[in-house]
Design a protein around this ligand. Structure first.
Ligand SMILES: [Ca+2]
Ligand SMILES: [Ca+2]
Ligand SMILES: [Ca+2]
Length: 302
């Protein structure tokens, strides 16, 4: 049987190599290999400026500098991201960010999540400095085909930075093609609050719908919104989570049941013990039952 399976491995391939779940807490001092700094259509393509980025004290710390993806400017710097395949229903994306204002004023300085295909097609979900008041609030923006606009989702209130300059941001979609929910949390024991305008149908934002159906990039971004001066703001990203239900048989959790999963089960075949990813049915032994699960699911998600 193994010979047949190994011949089968030569006949099948899979192009999906993206991580299906991300739980990055920036503890290791470097970004995992699947993270990147490139933004298609941006100049420079690789946005990394190491002099403004630190992985320290359990945070990804980015010092703001001029540059933006707003409409045709496409000059952003230091936008780390993870590529994702299509998202399966009941997915969620979450981060926690501190926006340290420092010398910035008079501009809508912002930091948060950017879900993007390229520099002209993205969705922003961010913590923003309100220039007239100096308060903070949570807001959204969308650029499609190079045209930027407010996305209509916003926190019902603003607050003083002395109250908090830290926010958690959460986007989720529970059902296939269902409404997308936007929440924020000020860690004041009030829990997740919905943004005004949430939930919203994905069809309202074709770029979001495209990302959900076809994949894209989940990025952590900063934007001075035109401000330049001394003592620039700093964003401290604490973690990024991209979670979605697993595909049965996807042993290595890359979103595709393929030869890699089959080989993993074959190499572990006969092994016993707890907590093996290859023991798919969790009965303590890697055997025919686990192998059949992979075979029946072969090609799923690819
Ligand atoms: Ca743009
Ligand atoms: Ca796999
Ligand atoms: Ca088993």
């Amino acid at each position: 049987m193994r010979r047949v399976l190994l011949i089968g491995l030569l006949l099948f391939g899979c192009t999906s190599v993206y991580p299906q779940s991300v739980e990055e807490d920036f503890l290791s001092g470097s970004l995992p290999t699947h993270w990147g700094w490139q933004v298609p259509l941006n100049s420079p393509l690789n946005t990394l400026d190491t002099s403004r980025v630190q992985l320290t004290s359990e945070f990804l710390r980015i010092t703001f500098q001029p540059g933006t993806l707003y409409e045709g400017f496409n000059s952003i710097r230091n936008l780390p991201s993870v590529p994702i395949s299509a998202l399966r229903a009941d997915w969620r994306i979450e981060t926690r960010v501190r926006l340290q204002r420092n010398g910035a004023s008079g501009a809508y300085v912002q930091a948060g999540l950017k879900l993007f295909r390229n520099a002209d097609n993205y969705f922003n979900f961010h913590l923003v400095l309100d220039p007239p008041t100096g308060n903070y609030y949570v807001s959204t923006g969308v650029e499609q085909a190079g045209r930027y606009q407010f996305a209509g989702l916003i926190s019902p209130n603003s607050w003083s930075p002395t109250t908090t300059d830290i926010v958690r941001l959460l986007i989720r979609q529970r059902e296939p093609n269902g409404a997308i929910e936007f929440y924020y949390d000020l860690e004041d024991r009030q829990g997740w609050r919905p943004l005004d305008g949430s939930p919203v149908s994905p069809s309202v934002f074709p770029i979001l719908q495209d990302l959900i159906q076809n994949g894209g990039f989940i990025g952590l971004y900063t934007d001075t919104a035109g401000w330049s001066g001394t003592n620039p703001p700093v964003a401290w990203f604490d973690y990024l989570i991209v979670a979605q239900p697993p595909i049965e048989g996807d042993v290595n959790n890359d979103g595709c049941v393929d030869d890699a999963d089959l080989l993993a089960v074959l190499f572990d075949f006969g092994a016993t013990g707890c907590n093996r990813d290859t023991d798919i049915n969790r009965d303590g032994v890697v055997d025919d039952a686990d192998l059949l699960t992979v075979l029946f699911a072969f090609g799923s998600g690819c």
